[in-house]
Design a protein around this ligand. Structure first.
Ligand code: FE
Length: 134
């Protein structure tokens, strides 16, 4: 029996819904190349939602230029919208950031961000969709 997330979608369904790049990142924990993502340079106002399930994840209010080449935020939009999990892959100890609704891989969080949290949520553009403020 294939394990399903809160959205109840199977792997085959995800493959159909998502683009190849979104699937590789969200469902297979891939990483987009630095400075290539759609939202790296964007400063527009709005809410970044999960590209997989639409769950609100980050507000443009917390977005900042970290120079890393990936969209960076100092906090999630609200408690319980993202999950954090220890990740020991690639010979590193990191903290993975996942969508709390669909369990999709978003990126990693590092303790080198700006005030007030001191955290840097380093997120793949392909995992996000910007819902612009009107
Ligand atoms: Fe999601």
């Amino acid at each position: 029996m294939m394990k399903k997330d809160k959205t109840d979608r199977t792997d085959a369904e995800w493959k159909e819904i998502l683009s190849a790049e979104q699937y590789r990142i969200l469902r297979q924990k891939g990483t987009e190349r630095a400075f290539t993502g759609e939202y790296n340079d964007i400063e527009e106002e709005g809410t970044y939602v999960c590209a997989g399930c639409g769950n609100p994840l980050f507000s443009s209010d917390t977005k900042y230029d970290s120079g890393s080449g990936w969209p960076s935020f100092y906090a999630p939009v609200a408690d319980g919208h993202v999950e954090e999990k220890k990740d020991i892959s690639h010979f590193m100890v990191r903290t993975e950031v996942l969508c709390a609704e669909c369990n999709g891989h978003l990126g990693h969080v590092f303790p080198d961000g700006p005030k007030p949290t001191g955290m840097r949520y380093c997120i793949n553009s392909a995992s996000l969709k910007l819902k612009k403020d009107k």
